[in-house]
Ligand binder design. Sequence first.
Ligand code: ZN
Length: 105
Amino acid sequence: MGDYRHARDIPDIDFLAAVEEAIRRRPNIPATRWDVERVLGGLESDPTFTVVGDVPGVPSKVVLAKARRLIRRGLLDGCECGCRGDFLVTARGVELLRPSAEIVI
Ligand SMILES: [Zn+2]
């Protein structure tokens, strides 16, 4: 599990996979930044959404900076202002995660 100091320390694929995992854990909403941070830090999701500081090794500001870059590159949807985030992996992001996935039209 990461000791992330800069956005570049989080591989694109790890971040996108963390978004998918957060959605798998809480399927009725897009991924919140808090859940993404907990997945990246190797923690279970917090059912109460009680947020107390940063996940160890996963500073919020680094996660938000990484999200900003992925959104700019069209790999992620959502908001990196510091709100809930509501992250979703875009079709381009899915392509990066699973390049061999067959596209059925
Ligand atoms: Zn926002």
